[in-house]
Design a protein around this ligand. Structure first.
Ligand code: ADP
Length: 304
């Protein structure tokens, strides 16, 4: 069954195109990462699903319910972490969870949920006194109330430190194992890489790629970046590197460091070739292609 179906969804704000004929299906049980730089249209898409925004054309469905025509039914089994959510003025963390429990008309233990998102100790504290990361945890906790079938999370790791981001990923994994479908947006590839079955890359409102991360990397020729430090670059060193089979790009970062994107097989060839050309390789390491690298590959230009 389709958890999310978007058919030809466009949204214009005056002359600004926020979404450009987005066609996307997310199957029940998937963890889907929605990637794109700031301003790409990620929030607009999520807001169409939540019926906070009406699309200019096209239709969107959640579990077969039209998000605009049948919004209440569409949102019924959905846990949401919206963009830029602000907490209620006078309520404690626990009262926030209790509010979510009441409005979803479910049974749940608020303390258990606060414990799960790591802010049990702050249960009786006013949420306005929370740090950004704690507030983000609280809103995630509210989204988890009632074991939703779909979690729609807009930049859930905002405000979290690396530990917090890792804990959030653990929760997403657990939720997925429970059977929930997860759709979350991020502008950071590393955040989605560890948990996602598939990702979509949005650029200027257009879905430019939908694939597994592995698939994206492969279609970028392995997608690994080799960072080589040499004693000193000589005339012709860059040409030497570029002439190796499997090398896609080679850029000098400074006068002793070169960045090479190449297939996996070509990595050692590059190092051997440099050695044969009389260039001393001091160090080399590989970096996975970053979202930035993928954007450049997919769109032919650096994003804003
Ligand atoms: P993202 O979530 O990927 O950062 P958004 O969906 O927030 O991107 O924005 C996509 C584009 O639509 C941006 O150019 C933004 O300026 C524009 N936009 C979003 N909301 C509005 C609005 N309410 N009015 C006018 N333009 C908007």
């Amino acid at each position: 069954m389709e958890a999310i179906g978007a058919h030809d969804v466009s949204k214009e704000y005056g002359s600004e195109t926020a979404l450009d004929r987005v066609e996307l299906t997310v199957e029940q049980g998937e963890t889907f990462g929605f990637l794109g730089p700031n301003g790409a249209g990620k929030s607009t898409f999520i807001n169409v699903l939540l019926d906070f925004v009406k699309p200019s054309s096209g239709t969107a469905e959640i579990f077969g319910n039209d998000c605009q025509e049948n919004g209440v039914a569409a949102r019924e089994r959905v846990g949401v972490l919206p963009e830029g959510y602000s907490v209620f003025d006078r309520l404690t963390g626990k009262q926030h969870i209790e509010y979510a429990i009441r409005s979803k008309e479910v049974e749940a233990d608020p303390i258990e949920i606060l414990d799960r998102v790591g802010i049990r100790d702050a249960a009786e504290q006013k949420a306005t006194e929370y740090s950004k990361g704690m507030a983000q945890r609280l809103v995630l906790g509210m989204a988890l109330v009632g074991e939703p079938d779909l979690l729609l999370l807009d930049e859930p790791s905002t405000g979290l430190d690396p530990n917090g981001a890792a804990e959030m990923r653990d929760i997403l994994r657990e939720e997925n194992e429970r059977g929930a479908t997860i759709f979350f947006s991020s502008h950071i590839l590393e955040q989605v890489e560890a948990v996602c079955d598939r990702v979509g890359i949005l650029q200027d409102g257009e879905l430019v790629a939908v694939d597994t991360i592995e698939g994206l990397r492969e279609s970028l020729g392995g997608g690994t970046k080799l960072v080589i430090t040499v004693d000193a670059l000589k005339n012709g060193t860059m040409e030497t590197i570029r002439s190796v089979g499997g090398v896609e790009t080679a850029l000098a970062r400074d006068d002793a460091t070169v960045e090479v994107t190449c297939t996996n097989d070509a990595k050692m060839d590059v190092v051997v070739e440099l050695h044969q050309a009389g260039v001393d390789v001091v160090n080399f390491r590989t970096e996975e292609a970053s979202l930035e690298d993928m954007f450049i590959e997919y769109t032919g230009s650096a994003h804003r």
